[in-house]
Write a new protein. Structure first.
Length: 251
């Protein structure tokens, strides 16, 4: 596998597979977030695509969340807001996409990665796919991904993992809370399950799918504004002395 970060897309049998990768445990710098936003939007508009599968490269880590390298280098609120808007834009692109998005969560996912998983329409995982919302431990808080996570886990589940920011929660816990629909023993079984589901979804009426997505996401119409406001909060907090001290440990 290449050690260069990338976002790739592949269309086969009306199924679009979008794969992202970053050598730092699939962390997400601004350029990868922007590419994800554009690619999800593009595949959503492509008439040859009926279903989208979103996955990451590698084996045991789906996504490590925000890029610490970029977080450390943020020096003003405008840059901070722009960085966190990267996550907001991906979530909103997934929300607005008229096709069902299946999430392939093959391993651990942290912070912003939990937000991505929560914005999927249907998430499937392996037994290695534990989750952690680590933002509060850094002094930031999961403000941007919070609405998506709370929508999937409920207020109780969201507050539990957001407050307990040092702990990983098991895939079984995530499935019980509604984040994962299925948990498999290995990636081979996971990929078989995704392939079967994606094939079945291709047999559905695209207009019905579009209407169902709008129904499922009802009540989120204000998220363009809401997530922008949340990005401003995170962009301000990342400049706090508390967070700056925490981030020094990752240099």
């Amino acid at each position: 596998m290449s050690e260069e970060a990338y976002v790739n897309k592949h269309i086969e049998d009306k199924i679009a597979t979008i794969e992202f990768f970053h050598p730092a445990h699939n962390s997400l710098p601004g350029n990868i977030l922007a590419q994800l936003t554009d690619t999800i939007t593009e595949m959503g508009q492509n008439k040859e695509v009926l279903v989208i599968v979103l996955k990451s490269g590698g084996d045991r880590t789906f996504c490590a969340g925000a890029s610490f390298t970029e977080l450390i280098n943020i020096q003003d609120e405008v840059v901070g807001e722009k960085f966190f808007m990267g996550f907001a834009n991906v979530i909103n692109a997934m929300r607005k996409c008229p096709k069902f998005i299946i999430g392939r969560i093959q391993g651990k996912t942290v912070g912003g990665g939990v937000g991505l998983a929560s914005a999927m329409d249907y998430c499937m995982a392996t037994k290695f796919a534990s989750i952690k919302l680590s933002e509060l431990n850094l002094g930031i808080g999961p403000f941007v991904v919070g609405p998506a996570v709370q929508r999937k886990l409920g207020a109780s589940g969201m507050s539990q993992i957001a407050i307990d920011a040092n702990s990983f929660y098991s895939p079984e816990w995530a499935m019980e809370k509604g984040l994962y629909a299925n948990v498999y023993d290995n990636t081979e079984e996971l990929d078989e399950g995704i392939a079967d589901l994606a094939k079945n979804l291709c047999g559905y009426n695209p207009e019905a799918v579009k209407e169902m997505k709008q129904m499922f996401w009802r009540g989120t119409e204000d998220w363009d504004q809401l997530l922008n406001e949340r990005a401003k909060i995170s962009g301000r907090l990342v400049l706090s002395s508390f967070t700056k001290e925490k981030l020094k440990k990752f240099k």
